[in-house]
Ligand binder design. Structure first.
Ligand SMILES: NC(=O)C1=CN([C@@H]2O[C@H](COP(=O)(O)OP(=O)(O)OC[C@H]3O[C@@H](n4cnc5c(N)ncnc54)[C@H](O)[C@@H]3O)[C@@H](O)[C@H]2O)C=CC1
Ligand SMILES: NCC(=O)COP(=O)(O)O
Length: 378
């Protein structure tokens, strides 16, 4: 029996290669972006694909076309691409008229139509039980909108099709320097900055915290986690001088949550600019300060109150390493942290590491959940 260590989940569960192979769907995302390229590169890596049953979901003809195009780029130092003939593909054929309007490097209604159809197909098959996890390549929300699909992102479509109203966007990244794992949940996601303060409520904060606590225990084996929570305003409001949300309701909310979760360490509200100093030190370890031991005292997870508050630090530290995972769904969903990168699409220079770790985390969670009851977080 060949057993490999878990990378992300801190659990006693080891990946046991003699067990049933995890069944993963990998969607191609927007065909005008780098999705197909990062999928073909990730699936060319045997360390990623070993012992997995992977089905690529997308248009077979476009996949073949993109493969041939990328091969012609023949970039030095570029990762290898797998030949699509070696893949299991769930073909999502597109109308000729749609396919002919797809232009590499520029998302439009046709590319949005395609990426929407890929995800719809993957979700439907997963809900039927064909797959345990969906790994999604990036889509452009603007292309979906141009095609008439008005969703903030893939997360919301996944939740809606799963009939789930309580879900969250969690970013997970394991430092290649120190092995430390950064976990960041966003309390609000794809809304205008102007709407953040009004969207945040005690109910929403409790919903996100409950999801995070349950996910940390079930998926990451952390029963009594320490969670750091960012303030909303500069300096967390500076006692009301720079914003009143902390004083008016966030601090009373946190006191109630501490009563509700007496075994957890809930640290808040940490000034949002300084909250990321310790994670960065833990991420880079001795690279930043060679004489200093790796910082301890970090949190198991960070709760950011809005998109850029959480994702600027995640992407600064971990752009090629971070995984976007949707929590609260009845199945596993992971995705690279990057977008469609239209500016480099078709050039053969896209880095596939984030896609590789997204597949690795999906596989690890799938393996682990085989022995666990299905999450019920409603
Ligand atoms: N999970 C998803 O489906 C996501 C989708 N998006 C979508 O992607 C589109 C473009 O968003 P942007 O903000 O421009 O972010 P982006 O991540 O697509 O690109 C930002 C910069 O990083 C570079 N980059 C991104 N991924 C790379 C990779 N794998 N290798 C090398 N360079 C890479 C790009 O060339 C660009 O310069 C938007 O429509 C957005 O909605 C963005 C983030 C996640
Ligand atoms: N910034 C994260 C992001 O855009 C992910 O969106 P999605 O996975 O919901 O499509």
């Amino acid at each position: 029996m060949n057993i490999s260590q878990t990378l992300f989940t801190n659990t006693d569960t080891k990946l046991d290669n003699s067990q049933k192979r995890s069944r993963l769907a990998v969607t191609l995302g927007d065909p005008a972006g780098i999705g197909t390229e990062v999928v073909l590169k990730a699936l060319a890596d045997p360390q990623i694909t070993q012992n997995l049953d992977i089905t690529v979901v997308g248009s077979k003809s476009l996949l073949q076309e993109t493969y041939l195009h990328l091969q012609r780029q023949n970039h030095q130092n570029s990762d290898l691409l797998i030949d699509p003939a070696k893949l299991t593909i769930l073909d999502v054929p597109l109308d000729r008229s749609i396919e002919s309007q797809i232009i590499m490097g520029s998302g439009n209604a046709a590319s949005g139509e395609a990426s929407f159809a890929y995800l719809e197909t993957a979700i439907a098959r997963t809900l039927e039980g064909k797959f345990q996890a969906i790994v999604t390549a990036p889509i452009a929300k603007s292309a979906w909108k141009a095609a008439g699909y008005d969703y903030p992102g893939q997360t919301e479509l996944l939740a809606m099709r799963s009939h789930v109203t309580k879900f969250g966007m969690l970013f997970v990244a394991r430092s290649p320097y120190t092995g430390w794992t950064l976990r960041t949940l966003l309390a609000t996601t794809h809304i205008p900055l102007r709407a953040v303060a009004d969207t945040l409520t005690p109910e929403l904060m409790s919903l996100k915290l409950d999801l995070l606590v349950e996910c940390l225990e079930q998926d990451f084996g952390l029963k009594t986690p320490k969670i750091a929570i960012a303030g909303l305003n500069p300096h967390s409001g500076e006692q009301g001088q720079l914003g009143r949300e902390e004083i008016d309701w966030l601090i009373p909310w946190l006191e109630k949550e501490r009563d509700h979760y007496p075994n957890l360490q809930l640290d808040g509200f940490i000034p949002p600019d300084t909250m990321w100093v310790k994670p960065a030190q833990a991420w880079y370890g001795n690279i930043l300060e060679p004489k200093k031991p790796t910082i301890q005292n970090t949190a198991d997870a960070y709760l950011a109150l809005y998109h850029d508050q959480g994702l600027i630090p995640v992407k600064l530290m971990a752009f090629d390493q971070a995984i976007n995972t949707s929590i609260g769904l009845p199945f596993i969903r992971t995705s690279p942290d990057h977008g469609t990168a239209f500016d480099i699409a078709g050039q053969g220079i896209a880095n596939s590491n984030s896609m590789k770790v997204a597949i690795a985390l999906a596989a690890e969670l799938a393996q682990q959940r085989q022995n666990l009851p299905i999450l019920t977080m409603q």
